[in-house]
Ligand binder design. Structure first.
Ligand code: HH2
Length: 254
């Protein structure tokens, strides 16, 4: 799944694909590189991100979905029912929902559904994430939500641990270490680690400066964790760097 953020403020590529023509071009490039799905989003969910008004999110997302949908499977990354609905009308066939609230919408629209775990909201989620048993709590939550989505009649349900969404570096690593527990839930697992901040911390800086390495210098961490996730049984990885990930996936598959 290639990430296409039609936003001015996403954490790793904010502003790069904000122009609709450039967004479509980047989407097509990811398809040429081997993406099976392009995930179009018009609202950043990074910690502290400002909410985007519905009309503005529609304006960002719909034309891009419409342009790409004839050539590739498109998912829409949104937490707003009206945006999901308009994107599906424009050709999207998967609703990627970081809020775990849109199952009734996906069911009504007759499309696939990605349910993700998060603790809190973007405004506050990284302030003090707390779990007694992060793997158990996330697995139980996703099993419950997936069962509810199926009861609503959704045939295609994906579950996602929500790496970085209300999680410390140790929470993220525990979830990755025990990904088999999520795979055992029995629904296909999708994992998004690409360029995330815990990788910046783990990679450390080689230039002697303080702090994490910047998002555009996290490729090895993104590839290592995507490869790890695939080897543990994840069926999809959500990534910014499609070509190297597809090449890694070929080797994992072999
Ligand atoms: N991560 C982000 C956004 N959407 N959806 C799923 N299912 N899983 C994820 O891990 C996930 C997601 C955050 O990454 P990105 O879209 O690059 O950044 P931003 O939210 O700043 O636009």
């Amino acid at each position: 799944m290639g990430v296409l953020n039609v936003t001015p403020d996403s954490f790793s590529d904010g502003g790069q694909w904000f122009d609709p023509d450039q967004a479509v071009e980047h989407g097509r490039a990811m398809v040429a590189e081997g993406a099976d799905v392009v995930d179009v989003g018009g609202e950043s969910s990074r910690p502290g991100a400002e909410p985007v008004p519905e009309a503005e999110e529609l304006r960002r997302v719909v034309p891009v979905v419409e342009a790409l949908a004839p050539d590739v499977r498109v998912s829409v990354d949104t937490v707003k029912p009206a945006v999901a609905e308009a994107a599906v009308a424009a050709g999207a066939t998967l609703v990627n929902d970081v809020s775990a609230t849109l199952a009734p919408v996906a069911a009504r629209l007759g499309v696939g559904y990605v349910v993700m775990h998060r603790q809190g909201t973007p405004a506050t989620m990284q302030l003090a994430p707390r779990y007694d048993d992060v793997v158990g709590e996330v697995a139980d939550f996703l099993a419950r939500e997936a069962a509810a989505a199926r009861r609503l009649g959704i045939d295609e349900v994906w579950i996602d641990p929500g790496i970085g969404f209300g999680k410390t570096i140790d929470h993220n690593l525990s979830l990755l270490r025990h990904l088999d527990r999520l795979v055992a839930v029995g629904e296909p697992v999708v994992v998004g680690t690409s360029r995330k901040s815990f990788l910046g911390t783990l990679l450390g800086r080689s230039d002697g400066r303080e702090g994490p390495v910047p998002p555009d210098d996290r490729l090895e961490g993104s590839l290592a964790t995507a490869t790890w996730a695939m080897a543990c049984g994840a069926r999809m990885v959500r990534v910014h760097d499609v070509l190297p990930t597809v090449r890694a996936a070929k080797v994992v598959a072999a």
